[in-house]
Ligand binder design. Structure first.
Ligand SMILES: CC(C)(COP(=O)(O)OP(=O)(O)OC[C@H]1O[C@@H](n2cnc3c(N)ncnc32)[C@H](O)[C@@H]1OP(=O)(O)O)[C@@H](O)C(=O)NCCC(=O)NCCS
Length: 185
């Protein structure tokens, strides 16, 4: 299960490996494209440390993040990553975060990869509720989750301290029954 791969028409999703550190650093270190992210690595070593120590190699462990990378089938290029935060396995709830390399944005890759992850989490792992935590100024991320029919549930004022600034936080969520309903249409 933890070495599992997911496939879509154009993409392969597989667990992150240490060998991905350089490719991930290239787009994750872009402080402008990732200005709404809490983590912007300054060195490749920081990414290696993230892969070794901050990512779980097992899914569904309380409080841990499991990280997929997104590979373009045709070229084998690494286009981005999706993090699955198993913050409440007991009650079948997961948080998602997605980052696409700027040069591969606007091609539908995030939509395609997130759709597969939602199918997997609701279909195979039987999750009940998936959430996303988004900076209210992060318009492309908001558009992405709204396209995937997440609902806006909460707006927390200055609830996160990110890169030295108090930041507002939007919480979006989708239930298993809502995803099923969307998938039927
Ligand atoms: C948010 C983010 C992941 C979206 O990634 P993306 O791959 O550009 O998203 P998509 O391509 O799936 O969707 C974006 C647009 O491309 C369009 N699109 C879809 N399929 C397409 C295709 N085959 N060809 C061209 N464009 C396409 C979509 O219609 C969409 O348009 P819209 O914005 O007007 O709705 C990306 O902007 C990102 O990584 N941002 C920085 C990191 C970040 O802040 N992440 C959020 C943390 S939770």
């Amino acid at each position: 299960m933890d070495n599992m791969e997911l496939r879509t028409k154009r993409l392969l999703l597989r667990p992150i490996h240490k060998k991905d550190a350089e490719s991930v650093f290239k787009y994750r270190s872009d402080s402008i494209a990732n200005r709404y992210q809490g983590w912007i690595p300054k060195t490749i070593d920081e990414v290696s440390d993230f892969i070794d120590n901050r990512v779980s190699s097992t899914m569904n462990l309380q409080g841990t993040w499991f990280q997929f990378v997104i590979i373009i089938n045709e070229s084998g290029e690494l286009a981005g990553d999706i993090g699955l935060h198993f913050y409440d396995p007991e009650n079948r709830q997961v948080e998602l975060g997605c980052t696409i390399d700027k040069k591969y944005q606007q091609r539908g890759f995030a939509t395609e990869a997130m759709t597969e992850i939602l199918n997997f989490l609701f279909g195979k792992l039987n999750k009940h509720r998936i959430i996303a935590s988004i900076d209210p100024e992060n318009i492309s991320s908001i558009k992405l989750v709204e396209k995937l029919v997440f609902r806006r549930e909460a707006y927390f004022k200055e609830s996160l301290f990110i890169n030295g600034t108090w930041t507002d936080d939007l919480i979006y969520a989708i239930l298993r029954k809502e995803w099923r309903e969307k998938s039927r249409n």
